[in-house]
Write a protein that binds this ligand. Structure first.
Ligand SMILES: Cc1cc2nc3c(=O)[nH]c(=O)nc-3n(C[C@H](O)[C@H](O)[C@H](O)COP(=O)(O)OP(=O)(O)OC[C@H]3O[C@@H](n4cnc5c(N)ncnc54)[C@H](O)[C@@H]3O)c2cc1C
Length: 502
């Protein structure tokens, strides 16, 4: 069949948290627009957004040391931490709106309060953490953070981590109770249930094979029904490529000038998981340490309490690794197939520049289970091998592009790449990731629908009161937003429904 079957307003490619978020925003802003979703897997939130494929941290810079850096004069730069915290606040407000309007239910199925902590060892690191704590504490976004280098206090906060530790070794931590564990898989499924209830057609087991512009300025999408192999064609005025690691190859197929000179570098991940209830009961926090020398920022080791499928578990990792696949369910040819004449030199330049990173990833891949246990023992000195097993996490495809810093520069953030006329947009990169989905999808709307933004703004502000406003600079609005989000999402640890849940 080669004819276009049906025209629609919007096609979303991929049923991960990004398409789910964009679909949910559009359903509120332009309820009459027809939306179709195509996903190659059998359900929503099965790739990176799945709860077992990511760390589930609501990234708000409350514990991630890599979001603050030490300046040459010794002071601590918190500007990135402020930015990420404000971006996460946008997500929380939108989720609250959806809950308050009964569009998604039971927030405890996807978000739980959990203390976020930073953890350091050694005199220099302790002094840095103290400076970082003082710098953050001056900002209203980080109110309530505590610092301690007193082993007795630390024992109260993180008993499992303090047990069996060499005495007199300088250690310190910061703690805030404002942190969250987010089950992005559950959130994605809830959002897709909501979308399907609002007449969005979601086609699972349908893979996108090609995207081409048509003469009338629309996009023709070649779709394969993976159950029977049949090819269908669908056309849309706007296509969002939210295919996670699969986005780069689909973006390249569009042929838009903005898709050129961009490459991708896949980084795989492993976690260690403990489901022994006795061990799990002795730790209640997400504790982020310092990245090892030469490690990329997404490899910061952390020990997390996770809420997955009505159960508490501990996750440690991630251990990075190298795999040429761009998706966990991808192909070993993904990396090689992503190299095109227009990005060959960009990729080669990155290859030459990033030898140390490649070496680090290969070393990580070669670690034995006992070597991984030894890394875990830096967090839990008495950890027993029999309590921990390995789970394979999702793939992250880091963007490589030519920047002012030179050809083939590896990017660790998220990038929205869109056509000049706003008719197609793709999301590349994976950090800070799902936590900032609302911020990133608002960026897609701003880039692709500038003509509608003025009319949409009042509704956006109703859903997300801090849209366009810095919460750090508006403490009264921050207090209002925090109070209403905490209430709507049930984010008080002592809330009765949280206790009843487990
Ligand atoms: C190890 C790891 C840890 C992470 N930890 C965190 C964290 O703690 N906090 C956080 O906020 N973020 C985290 N992230 C990032 C976060 O998981 C991602 O940013 C987010 O899930 C990306 O969502 P997505 O919708 O873009 O992609 P995905 O969830 O991967 O969805 C893309 C979908 O597109 C589909 N698809 C691909 N190609 C095609 C095609 N050709 N046709 C049809 N469908 C297609 C895929 O099957 C998939 O379902 C982590 C990621 C990893 C890998």
């Amino acid at each position: 069949m080669s004819s276009v079957q049906k025209k629609t307003d919007i096609i979303l490619i991929g049923a991960g948290v990004m398409s789910a978020t964009l679909g949910a925003l559009l359903k509120e802003l332009a309820p009459d627009w027809e939306i179709k979703v195509f996903e190659k897997l059998a359900g929503a939130g099965e790739e990176s957004s799945n709860e077992w494929n990511n760390a589930g941290t609501g990234h708000a810079a409350l514990c991630e040391l890599n979001y603050t850096s030490e300046k040459p004069d010794g002071s601590v730069d918190i500007s990135k931490a402020v930015k990420i915290n404000e971006q996460f606040q946008l997500s929380r407000q939108f989720w609250s709106y959806l809950v308050d309007h009964n569009l998604i239910r039971r927030p405890q199925d996807f978000i739980m309060p959990i203390p976020h902590m930073s953890w350091v060892e050694g005199e220099q690191a302790v002094s840095f953490l103290n400076k970082r704590f003082k710098a953050l504490s001056k900002n209203p976004l980080f109110q309530g953070m505590e610092f301690s280098d007193d082993p007795r206090k630390l024992k109260e906060w993180i008993p499992l981590m303090m047990e069996g530790r060499t005495p007199n070794q300088p250690v310190a931590a910061t703690k805030t109770d404002a942190g969250t564990d987010v089950n992005f898989g559950a959130l994605t499924r809830l959002l897709f249930d909501h979308l399907q209830g609002r007449d969005v057609e979601v086609h699972y087991k349908h893979g996108i094979k090609d995207i081409k512009r048509t003469g009338d300025g629309m996009w023709k999408v070649k779709v394969q029904n993976l159950d029977n192999g049949q090819i269908e064609y669908h056309a849309a005025k706007f296509v969002f490529i939210g295919a996670g690691g699969g986005s780069l190859s689909l973006l390249q197929k569009t042929g838009i000038p903005e898709s050129k000179h961009i490459g991708g570098f896949p980084v795989s991940g492993l976690f260690m998981v403990c489901q022994n209830p006795e061990v799990v009961a002795r730790h209640h926090a997400k504790v982020y340490g310092k990245a090892k020398l030469g490690a990329p920022p997404m490899s910061v080791p952390h020990l997390d309490t996770r809420y997955i499928g009505n159960q508490k578990a501990l996750l440690f990792g991630p251990f990075a690794g190298f795999s040429p696949k761009f998706l966990k369910t991808g192909s070993n040819l993904d990396l090689i197939n992503s190299v095109k004449p227009n990005n060959l030199f960009t990729m080669l330049a990155a290859g030459a520049k990033e030898m140390a990173l490649t070496k680090y990833l290969i070393q990580q891949l070669m670690l034995s289970n006992e070597q991984r246990m030894n890394e875990l023992r830096e967090f839990i000195p008495n950890a027993k091998s029999e309590d921990w097993k390995i789970v394979v996490a999702g793939q992250r495809v880091q963007v490589i592009k030519d920047t002012a810093e030179g050809k083939g520069t590896l990017q660790f953030g998220t990038e929205v790449v869109s056509a000049a006329d706003g008719s197609v947009a793709a999301l590349l990169g994976a950090s800070p990731g799902a936590s900032t989905a609302v911020h990133v999808m608002l960026e897609v709307l701003e880039k692709c629908f500038p003509q509608h933004m003025k009319a949409w703004e009042p509704k956006i502000k109703e859903m997300i009161p801090s849209y366009g406003v810095s919460l750090a600079a508006h403490p009264e609005l921050l207090q209002e937003v925090l109070a209403s989000v905490t209430q709507s999402l049930g984010l008080r640890e002592e809330a009765p429904q949280k206790q009843a849940y487990f």
